[in-house]
Design a binder for this molecule. Sequence first.
Ligand SMILES: O=C(O)CCC(=O)C(=O)O
Ligand SMILES: [Fe+2]
Length: 323
Amino acid sequence: MQLSASALQELDRDGFVVARNCLSPSTDLQPVIDEYAEILERIATRLHKDGKTSSTFNHLPFGDRAIAITRETGFLDPQPFDISFPVNASLTPDTEFHFGPAAFNLLRTPSLLDAVESIIGPEISSNPVQHVRIKVPERYIDEERRIGLITTTAWHQDNGVVHEEADDTDMLTVWFPLTNASEEHGCLKVVPGSHREGLQVHCPGGGQGSKIPEPLIPEDQAQPVPMSPGDVLFMHRHCMHASLTNVSDEIRWSFDIRYHPTGSPSGRSFLPGFVARSLKNPESELRDPIRWRESWLEAREHVLASVVQPKAHRWNGNHELCA
Ligand SMILES: O=C(O)CCC(=O)C(=O)O
Ligand SMILES: [Fe+2]
């Protein structure tokens, strides 16, 4: 699905645009939902076996099952569901993550790449800054365990979560929900036009590892972006955004992935990207989900073996606004 001329204008003007029904819930999203049900099954079984829960809750659909587990344990670890690994001290050789074929296919969905192509051109790499967020209603999570992927996201720009080398990379953020993402569910909020101001100062902290300090946030201009399964948000790397808190009774489940023109730095050189589409050299496209998974297993090994651990971003907190 190529974006229309008016959608491209909107992206240029506001720094973001939502393409409604860009993905098909039944053919594009359902395989991923099925794949994730297997992960949850594995975790639910383990937790019950370890005496952490009263049941495996296998009679419940995915979202209710995640909520039931969290209500009893105060925390459902998001890491086994994520399509990445943490770049910090918590990384170990056993850190779990998910690189399954359905997730891989989703990143390569033709209608999605058609839209991306209409924005950044036909030489498209998958950027390794990518996450899956399964947010249960926040009130069910122990306060001290409301970590990055499962809690409210602080204000930031995605350029702020990568290193300087990618400041000129035309990195495009692609965000879409697998469940309803209304304001109640904790949808995204954005500041329209904020992408025109360039990269802002970020301070360490916040769910993304870095956040824009409060004095720089025009909260009065913020606009919520409620979305439904099938909708896809395309966002400029300088668009300021955050998320609302999930105060609903359901999970809010989203993928945020990124693409950049092949050949540009990804901003996290120690993580693997891949060529998702190439008009010039179709042979360079990665089509093998097993190879995708292996590339992340190798990256985990490399990061753990490096003498100097890579940092997720550039911000050291020395700026006066970070005090
Ligand atoms: O889904 C969220 O809460 C935050 C997502 C985000 O920051 C992004 O997609 O860049
Ligand atoms: Fe972001």
